[in-house]
Design a protein around this ligand. Structure first.
Ligand SMILES: O=C(O)CCC(=O)C(=O)O
Ligand SMILES: [Fe+2]
Length: 350
């Protein structure tokens, strides 16, 4: 079958040739029409908007928890995104992660290429993949599925695996807490949702969108929704660039020191039977500053299946709005190139 011969993932290694193109710009990246597609809501517009900020301290305070859980829930329903203030996270762990990431990207190309992505692979250093657009994203990244090539990376390029491991532990416990509060918002036992997340693999991506002389011509990260369940993002610097689609317009996210950006990904939309939304987002380039982020994609499934949680259906007295699918089939579908631009997720809707 022809389709099965197609590259499932288009994540080309960064070659000398492409690195030179990064520096000078070329038409493999140029797509002004896409950059300018859609209305961007300006910071100074009259219409006040603010991405909801959820405070872990308030979630943990019995007197304030009710209101804060409601805020978390409405953020996930209306925006699919929120910013999280989390004072409980070890600052040193976060700072080491930021330093390690910045150090990695500042290494000479030849060092980074020692962990280059392999043909048709995902892990390693290369382009941020652009699955649909014929153009390349103006971003390089290193993807690690934790605990698989960590050791190799440490030896080869000094990405501080100790920092990453500690960070991963912090982010996992943060995620479990958030998911527990989501369960409360959805009106089900914590365990009903938490068990879907427990012990799953945790792909991690460090992304840098370098400076560009033509920020209005290139896109850092092509519009997409995230394929796994919950995404936790740490911004290494304070460069703006992330934009979220809401009611047909792009809303730029203001970076806030000391917060994480959390978003609902496709599987969580299914688990919640569509109550929480996986929302399209993209990254544009800044004219004077590069932008670096550390992104953790938390996976989830129910005994190998992607499907609405029974308890959620029961709580709402609702029918499933997504058909059940095996996790492996789901991943194949997610990575398949959909030339009509639709999401695989939408094909699961009943
Ligand atoms: O770097 C960002 O702000 C967004 C990254 C992102 O959307 C992704 O890696 O899926
Ligand atoms: Fe994303």
């Amino acid at each position: 079958m022809e389709a099965s011969n197609k590259k499932a993932v288009n994540r080309d290694a960064i070659t000398e040739e492409v690195a030179a193109a990064f520096a000078e710009s070329n038409e493999r990246y140029y797509r002004s029409d896409e950059v300018n597609a859609g209305i961007v809501v300006g910071y100074d517009d009259d219409e006040a908007y603010e991405l909801p900020v959820v405070d872990m301290g308030r979630l943990l305070d019995p007197e304030l928890a009710g209101a804060e859980i409601a805020k978390l829930g409405s953020a996930c329903r209306d925006w699919g995104f929120f910013q999280l203030v989390s004072d409980g996270i070890d600052e040193q762990v976060v700072n080491e992660m930021k330093d390690s990431t910045a150090r990695f990207f500042s290494l000479p190309l030849e060092s980074k290429k020692t962990v280059a992505v392999r043909e048709n692979g995902i892990e390693g250093f290369g382009h941020h993949y652009s699955r649909v657009s014929g153009k390349l994203d103006w971003a390089e990244s290193v993807i690690l599925v934790l605990f698989l090539i960590l050791f190799q990376v440490q030896v080869a390029v000094d990405l501080n695996s100790d920092a990453l491991e500690k960070f991963s532990v912090e982010m996992t416990s943060l995620t479990m807490r958030i998911v527990g509060f989501m369960a409360a918002d959805l009106g089900v036992e914590q365990e009903a949702l938490v068990r879907a997340f427990r012990g799953r693999r945790q792909p991690t991506e460090h992304v840098v969108a370098p400076l560009s002389s033509g920020p209005d011509k290139v896109i850092g990260i092509t519009p997409h929704t995230d394929g796994l369940s919950l995404t936790v993002l740490l911004q290494v610097d304070d460069t703006p660039g992330l934009q979220i689609k809401k009611d047909g317009r792009w809303f730029p996210v203001r970076p806030r020191q000391g917060t994480f950006i959390i978003n609902v990904a496709n599987i969580l939309e299914v688990l919640t039977n569509g109550a929480y939304r996986s929302v399209e987002h993209r990254v544009l380039i800044h004219a004077r500053k590069s932008r670096t982020t550390v992104v953790m994609f938390h996976d989830a499934h129910i005994d190998g299946m992607v499907q609405p949680i029974q308890e959620v259906l029961k709580h709402n007295g609702a029918e499933a709005r997504y058909r059940s699918i095996e996790k492996l089939e789901y991943m194949k579908g997610h990575f398949s190139v959909r030339l009509d631009g639709t999401r695989f997720l939408d094909s699961l809707k009943i």
